[in-house]
Design a binder for this molecule. Structure first.
Ligand SMILES: Cc1ncc(COP(=O)(O)O)c(C=O)c1O
Length: 439
């Protein structure tokens, strides 16, 4: 039985719903709950279990566990499994959900510094950088592919991680199997957001496990007890739809699109490793912000992210040729409208993606968990120099932290916080120039 068959049967049979959800199908027919005709995500034994088995088979791992709380919930559960107080090696640019797990488990982070290229993009940590820490850690965390679509093969670390826990934040990599790039699927736990690069609805994610242990208890830990059936169904549908997707044809269409964009005066596609991520730079004399606003307003084209240096778009197997034609026409119109020329960021490193800067990491005085749960007081950001942060401060997206709880606030941090006016996780008062520090 599939989830869709369960739901079809239920919709045909049910004359009166005396169970949750309270909208009784008025909002969405597939939004139901665990009853005799449907399976239970927290203890699956029917259609959900079947789906997990087929995902594990497709991705060639021992087991798969579905989550309806995004990669966020599953990454936190992987750190729960890693255990209290463990030493965790991770890229500094890791997503905030990983930091939340480390805080929750009182773990000790050991950071690997990302190289920041001349566009301000954090590049993946090379495998060799992990090697020197192998003797002193319990768990290693990897991020592949990165938000901006850069990839790394960590195969050489396999023998060194035999007796340790390896966790892959593959939130942006649910499609890798389909594009024949699964070099990291040997890791103990791999977390993928099926809603980011496959066709699942928001929050649909999967944990792939190569552990001997059953992970269910951990996967359930940060899981709602009312999992969304529309999300579960969308994961099942997305897997089925990929069976009939002509991936190679779609990839060559994407390749063609990127080449055509680079022919438009004033636009250039930067090389990366993930075909579904499109990184664009524009004529350096024109503000990215102004072009983005024009594309949104005049053409209804919305990007995933834009900075003062580049634009990031997410493509998917659900785009159509019509979408691509519209996009190309829109960029051509923008090029004419702004009288663009091929005068790009002068630094040629931007093209080659050479690391120009090591990521900055403030000094750690307390463990993130000690600081987060410590007694705090509010101080003005301008006067916070020398205090130990009680909060995580990150710029979202993509969410890499500037400041982690337990770190000493210094001039660099203050300057960036004031410049970003960004997302101060856990506190809205950034607009009032306030930060919570340890008393
Ligand atoms: C690298 C990375 N990891 C994890 C996540 C969390 O994924 P989700 O939104 O599915 O919770 C994100 C979200 O943007 C991310 O970029």
């Amino acid at each position: 039985m599939s989830i869709r068959q369960d739901l079809d049967k239920l919709n045909k049979k049910e004359a009166f719903s005396l169970h949750m959800p309270g909208h009784k199908g008025v909002r969405l027919k597939t939004d139901t709950t665990e009853i005799s005709l449907t399976d239970n995500l927290l203890h699956p034994c029917g259609s959900i279990k079947e789906l997990e088995k087929s995902i594990a088979h497709i991705y060639d791992v021992k087991k798969a566990y579905i989550g309806t709380n995004g990669s966020t919930g599953l990454l936190m559960s992987s750190l729960l499994y890693a255990g209290k107080g463990k030493k965790v090696l991770l890229p500094r640019s890791s997503h905030q959900s990983i930091y939340k797990g480390i805080i929750d488990q009182g773990q000790e982070p050991i950071y690997l510094r990302n190289k920041i290229d001349s566009l301000g993009i954090a590049r993946p940590i090379p495998a060799k950088d992990y090697l020197e820490h192998m003797g002193k850690i319990d768990t290693a965390i990897f991020n592949n592919p990165t938000y901006e679509g850069y990839m790394e093969d960590y195969a050489l670390l396999k023998p060194f991680l035999k007796d340790k826990l390896s966790i892959l934040d593959g939130a942006h990599g649910s499609h890798l199997y389909y594009i024949h790039n699964q070099t990291n699927n040997w890791m103990s736990l791999q977390i993928h957001s099926f809603h980011k690069t496959l066709g699942a609805m928001n929050q649909g994610a999967v944990m792939l496990s190569n552990l001997e242990d059953d992970f269910r208890e951990y996967a359930n830990f940060y899981q709602t007890t009312s999992p969304s059936f529309p999300i579960l169904l969308s994961i099942e549908d997305s897997i089925r739809e990929m069976m009939t997707t002509k991936v190679d044809k779609r990839l060559s269409e994407i390749d063609h699109l990127k080449k055509e964009i680079s022919k438009i005066r004033g636009f250039h596609v930067i090389d990366n490793d993930d075909p579904l991520k499109i990184l664009l730079i524009i004529d350096k004399n024109i503000s990215v912000k102004v072009v983005v606003e024009w594309l949104e307003e005049k053409r209804g084209v919305f990007f995933e992210l834009s900075t003062d240096k580049y634009l990031l778009g997410i493509l998917s197997f659900y785009d159509t040729q019509g979408n691509y034609d519209w996009f190309l026409k829109s960029l051509k119109m923008a090029s004419r409208n702004f009288k663009m020329s091929n005068d790009f960021v002068c630094d040629k490193d931007a093209y080659a993606g050479v690391g120009v800067e090591e990521q900055y990491i403030p000094t750690m005085k307390l463990l993130p968990g000690e600081a987060f749960f410590g007694e705090k007081k509010a101080v003005s950001i301008r006067e916070s120099k020398g205090f130990v942060s009680g909060v995580l401060y990150s710029h979202y997206p993509p969410g890499a932290p500037l400041l982690v709880p337990g770190e000493i606030i210094d001039d660099y941090v203050i300057e960036n916080m004031l410049n970003w006016k960004g997302d101060y996780t856990g506190c809205d008062e950034i607009k009032d120039d306030i930060i919570f520090v340890i008393k």
